[in-house]
Design a protein around this ligand. Sequence first.
Ligand code: MUC
Ligand code: MG
Length: 376
Amino acid sequence: ETTKDFAIHSVVSLIVDVPTIRKHKLSQTSVTAQNYVIVRIRLVNGVEGIGEAATLGGPRWSEESVEGIKTVIDTYLASAIIGLDARQIQIAAASMDRAAKRNNAAKAAIETALWDAMGKSLNLPVHTFFGGAVRTKIPVLWTLASGDPCQEIEEANAKLEQRLHNRFKVKIGAQTPEQDIARLTKLTNALNGRAELIVDVNQAWDESISIHYLPRLADMGIKLVEQPVPAWNIPALARLRTRPGIPPILADECVFDAHDMLHVANAGAADAVSLKLVKHAGLVGLRAVASVAEAAGLELYGGCLLESSVGASAHLQVFSTFRKLHWGCEHFGPQILISDIVAEPLRFADFCVHLPSGPGIGMVLDEDKLHRFTRA
Ligand code: MUC
Ligand code: MG
């Protein structure tokens, strides 16, 4: 095959809204549908690569919304890569960086589609390009986020019974800390050693609330606390970690790029980092952030933004190559949708999500489902 075969012929972006099976409530927002931008990149050789940019409640979890992502792709990023060789991902990424600052979710969706197109052209799964998978399944948690402890206990029990999940992440911070402690007490009592719990505060607390409540979370047996304070307050995280009785801290919104990771590691502000394509601008960026974390002795956590099987399988292509993935992953997203958008969704069994075996990211779009959820 000639280089020309791999030239990028077209870039199409679609906004897709998929309802969730229940309301998902975070500290700052609540969603009843997941909004994605699906990117389809066609090469001159006829192969199509796909990628996904996930958001959570419009521009509330981070600054990017599906409307913004689609506009940036259609107006700036598509023209920056059309005609380039899809195998030269670094050249495409540099061209996108010249065309637009940040916009990491938009860039990640395109980069994913390029890796997928390359993998499908060469008949190789994308993890091959990242050194090859060292595991074919990854422990996966489920997030409890209805806010109603009775519903949450029922949901957790069902997941345990079906052997789908035995670690749960509880979204807190939408209520007062006392209300959240009461809710968590009900959950820990009901689950009583049958499952591990971690919490995500999504930046809702400040340093003094954290000083008071983090030791109480540790006493309850909470294994990990994600982003208790605002993303900017890295010094507070570092001070909190020097206090006795503080559970391990997971950095999420305070780490977007590798520079952020270095800063957090140097400050001693976290024990682990949540890795997400939407934050790191693509698979290469995700690997880079993970490398900085590994070099600093931080643990890796496979993060998500409630992706469909498209975005989730892109993450798994890199997560599967880490020699150590201490906290497993949280790619339960495909299971919270009323329907996936691919022909053969990711498989969940034995408390794990399983790495697909097909070429590229291992996913093929289901055109009917995609059409059903595509925004007019
Ligand atoms: C986040 O902040 O971690 C991931 C899982 C979930 O329930 O919310 C997201 C975002
Ligand atoms: Mg988080």
